[in-house]
Write a protein that binds this ligand. Structure first.
Ligand code: COA
Length: 380
């Protein structure tokens, strides 16, 4: 018998394949619901801060006041980068994609981490806190360096979201900016077995460490079919220019078989629950920032795509205008997604470590057999 000939058909894109059991999050694609550890995201968004969500995902329950304060202090205390990584960011080419710099710097951090090479539960938790904190610092520092501004250190009196905006912009955020950004982080914190999360779990299943897994996750998130879509959404909105041009643009794109960025989802057959709060923020912030036309274009696109294709915006669609209105340049949108999703990646990494078995699927060989070998000197 020849191996491979009798195997089942491959499942394209692993659609519907259950590749892990998890306590972390549940994407109810039929009903447009998302749960973190049993809590409906609609209950959490806007009511908890990002650190509470991280705590929930990592430790299985929401923290009390004291636990939250301790956890927050620990995270903020880890926001410093080793000088060598600071230098690596400074030396990165000015036109390099920020996601490439983030991935490279994060990977480099693994060389300087005091727990590098250790995979015990304790070592992993210490690395987890450092990675989450340092991810924010890498992104903020890169922006400061590229805009010829001094790097800003974290402030112990601020929370995680405020600290990121403070390190990025050089000034403490206003109340509305802080709370919107905090909710954006919460909404992106975890999402079942997304491609990047699967990459992280598959990586640690070989017993490679936290930094390796997060590097793999970052590599996966960067692509435009995943986290890279938010940057493309803003490029599209700017290219369209005004809401009167939406119909021609969208009809033309769909007629030529192109994908509309920020639309469609493998899991959701209805509205993505994360886009509801983001749509509201987008409307409010765009008005305030004087870019209402971007919100209007977005709404027209949403109507047109729903009418023609029956598909809904995903998390990346309205998060683009929200971030734009917060003054974040589009090149950094996917980096912000990365900071937020680190909570989920880490939680999955720890879950995988606790009950690990090598993730090693199989493939159906569809090539030929019985080929005659020809030595190099006789090949033409
Ligand atoms: N624009 C236009 N058509 C889309 C589409 C989009 N954004 N997303 C899906 N479709 C269409 C496909 O063309 C296909 O139509 P068909 O059956 O008539 O051929 C159908 O919907 C199913 O698409 P498929 O590629 O099988 O879905 P998927 O589950 O593999 O893909 C995504 C999921 C997210 C990759 C896909 O929706 C996409 O490319 N979206 C744009 C990128 C994006 O926003 N990514 C961020 C995701 S959070």
């Amino acid at each position: 018998m020849v191996f491979g000939k009798k195997k089942k058909k491959a499942v394209r894109g692993l659609e519907g394949v259950v590749a892990a059991e998890t306590f972390l999050s549940f994407v109810d694609g039929q009903n447009g619901k998302l749960y973190f550890r049993g809590y409906d995201i609609d209950e959490l968004a806007g009511k908890v801060c990002y650190e509470e969500v991280v705590y929930l995902l990592w430790f299985g329950q929401l923290p009390d006041k004291e636990q939250l304060e301790d956890f927050r202090s620990e995270l903020i205390a880890e926001m410093r980068l080793p000088n060598q990584v600071d230098e690596l960011i400074r030396l990165s080419p000015p036109n390099a994609n920020p996601m490439v710099v983030l991935r490279t710097a994060l990977s480099a951090l693994g060389m300087y981490d005091p727990d590098g090479g250790k995979n015990s539960e304790g070592a992993n938790l210490r690395k987890a806190k450092r990675v989450l904190a340092q991810m924010a610092t890498i992104v903020a520092s890169l922006y400061r360096i590229r805009t010829n501004q001094p790097i800003v250190s974290a402030d112990k009196s601020m929370d995680f979201a405020s600290n990121f905006l403070y390190m990025f912009n050089g000034q403490a955020p206003k109340k509305l900016e802080r709370s919107v950004f905090d909710t954006v982080l919460t909404l992106h914190a975890d999402h079942g077995l997304a491609a990047s999360t699967f990459a992280a779990r598959a990586t640690v299943s070989t017993l490679a460490g936290v930094h390796s897994a997060i590097s793999a996750a970052l590599a996966s998130l960067k692509g435009p079919l995943h986290g890279g879509a938010n940057t493309r959404v803003m490029e599209m909105l700017k290219k369209i220019g005004g809401k009167d041009q939406v119909k021609d643009y969208i009809d033309g794109m769909l007629a030529s078989g192109e994908r509309i960025m920020g639309f469609g989802h493998r899991m959701y057959k209805t509205e993505d629950p994360r886009s509801r709060p983001l749509r509201k923020f987008s409307e409010k912030l765009c008005k305030r920032a004087g870019c209402d036309h971007l919100f209007e274009i977005s709404q027209s696109i949403e109507e047109r795509v729903l009418k023609l294709k029956g598909i809904y915006p995903n998390v990346d669609f309205y998060s683009a205008t929200v971030q734009e209105a917060l003054g974040i340049p589009k090149e950094y949108f996917t980096c912000i997604f990365s900071i937020a999703r680190t909570a989920g990646w880490i939680a999955h990494i720890m879950e995988q470590f606790r009950d690990n078995r090598l993730i090693r699927p199989t493939s159906k060989y569809i090539g030929g057999f019985d080929k005659k070998f020809v030595p190099l000197e006789k090949r033409k």
